[in-house]
Design a protein around this ligand. Sequence first.
Ligand code: NDP
Length: 261
Amino acid sequence: MSEVSTESAGQPVAEGRLAGRVAIVTGGARGIGKAIVERLVADGARVAFTCNSSPEAAEVLAGELGADRAMAVQCNVTSAEQINSLVEKVLTAWGKIHILVNNAGITKDTLVMRMSQQDFEDVLSTNLTGAFLMTKAVLRPMMSERWGRIINISSVVGLVGNPGQANYVASKAGLIGMTKSIALEVASRNILVNCIAPGFIQSDMTSKLNEQQQSQLTSLIPLKRIGQGADVAAMVSFLGSGDAAYITGQTFAVDGGMTML
Ligand code: NDP
């Protein structure tokens, strides 16, 4: 018999579409990651989420969601050692890992003429190598379950480019390519790997833009509003659910129509 599950879209779910699932979300204490954690918990999953420099915010969120549903773990995604210890913690507590959301990301924007090699490598290291290390660490537990969902948070700029963000765009385009390769490697194990490319979403990352830049950007969005973390979280919830059982290796823009390729 084939190892591939016969799960298909439209199956009825009890207690939320993600009931019984265990998820890890990187960078879950604030911004888009926080909205993803809240949505997955609301959908019935147990969620371990990482923080790096925001342990206080992470503890507050974990406290609000309850210890039976959420766990905050300090983990820098550039460290394989810290990632392995995170995965061990989750397996010890909950025994399984079904869903990984690679959300942690940073920017260090400037024109290439002025960009230091360090700033280039720092962004690649967090945004791309971090997702690689996390993925590598969860594949074995997902294979044991014969069920897995890996959801990488890329960006629309990874599709279309952006001046002043060569490092960030390289990391986000890299995520899209890596998603396809890993999707091909693990499809036979019923592990589905997809990417979400958010557009302009309200968070600490985008609050660095001044009011004029924000309104200029908003005018370019057909839906005429800045996106919310919840808009991205809704797509994560779908891709993590049984309804997405026949989708892998894809990239979905959640951008109010800003990019139409
Ligand atoms: P924020 O700057 O608000 O949050 C970034 C998150 O990444 C924080 O939770 C932070 O954790 C975590 N993080 C950063 N570095 C590390 C690290 N080395 N190890 C572990 N965690 C780390 O960003 P957003 O919420 O806006 O962005 C979330 C994701 O969405 C990113 O990948 C970003 O590139 C992507 N995105 C965002 C868009 C937007 O418009 N906002 C558009 C397109 C994509 P901590 O605070 O604990 O350090």
